[in-house]
Design a protein around this ligand. Structure first.
Ligand code: GLN
Length: 273
């Protein structure tokens, strides 16, 4: 079968996905080891029988709900390719808001930085690469996630330290910048039964107290571990901006503000001590 025919067929099979065409292209990227431009340059090239079989298998699994990032083993974040496994959350474009907030608020001079619950390492590795002067520590409670973060840091050439532990529990500080995309979804939220999240670690997504439990622990610990003038920046749910602003203000953080993601939703709240 030709590339263009294979993509058309896959798009029809995946019609239930809002990103059917893109999904099909990303899966074919994995099968052919070529980037998406290749499909537009060589639409008439034909797949071998093995390639066709693998592509059909991946499309079938995608149609059954598996995330594209699990089937391709990667996801792009801030213009770089991160390895993804079922041990971590899949990096999301919304989280680039957290990276941008950090890059804008904190000067490009030596800083002590920690990314809590790093998962794939997307946030901390990106900061380390964008700001070589910063000393960045990645933490995660999951050894499996930390192994993925280590692979990504090595593959992308980021000089980071990795520490296993619960939030700031294993660290003494002081830090100039603490960033985190912790679990913040209400465990009863029906959204956890739909789409990619069904295949992601529940421990990376859901938190008690209507999603606020881990945000509360992190805010309290960060207050003790930040150097004078140090920043805390937290990703959270679209309806948690007010609660997280009150949380930070209650701990005495200054200049507490919330930034919106690409969809215009409250997504990241920051403040400094
Ligand atoms: N934003 C993600 C979602 O809604 C959740 C990410 C997280 O809990 N840190 O699926």
């Amino acid at each position: 079968m030709r590339i263009d025919e294979a993509l058309r067929g896959a798009r029809d099979t995946l019609a239930a996905s809002p990103s059917a065409r893109l999904d099909a292209e990303l899966l074919l990227t994995r099968v052919l080891g070529q980037d998406r431009r290749y499909f537009y340059t060589w639409p008439e090239k034909t797949l071998t029988a093995d390639q066709q079989r693998l592509f059909d298998l991946l499309v079938t699994r995608r149609a059954a709900g598996e995330p594209v990032a699990h089937l391709t083993g990667e996801r792009e974040f801030y213009g770089r390719r991160f390895v993804v496994t079922p041990a971590t959350l899949i990096p999301r474009p919304d989280t680039e808001t957290l990276v941008e907030a950090a890059l804008e608020a904190v000067p490009d001079t030596p800083r002590r930085v920690v990314d809590l619950g790093t998962g794939t390492g997307a946030v901390g590795v990106t900061l380390a690469l964008e700001r070589p002067a910063w000393r960045v520590i990645l933490t995660d409670a999951s050894a499996a996630a930390l192994a993925v973060a280590r692979d990504n840091a090595e593959a992308l050439g980021a000089a980071v330290s990795l520490v296993r532990g619960d939030w700031l529990g294993a660290l003494t500080g002081p830090f100039d910048l603490i960033v985190s995309n912790p679990p913040y979804v209400d465990p009863d939220d029906h959204h956890l039964e739909q789409g990619d999240v069904r295949f992601e670690p529940r421990s990376a997504l859901a938190a008690h107290d209507r999603g606020l439990a881990d945000l509360r622990v992190i805010a309290a610990q960060a207050r003790e571990r930040l150097a004078a003038g140090g920043w805390l920046m937290l990703e959270h749910g679209h309806d948690q901006g007010g609660a997280v602003r009150r949380l930070l203000a209650g701990h005495g953080f200054h200049d507490v503000t919330t930034r919106q993601d690409l969809g215009g939703n409250d997504r990241v709240t920051l403040g400094h001590v």
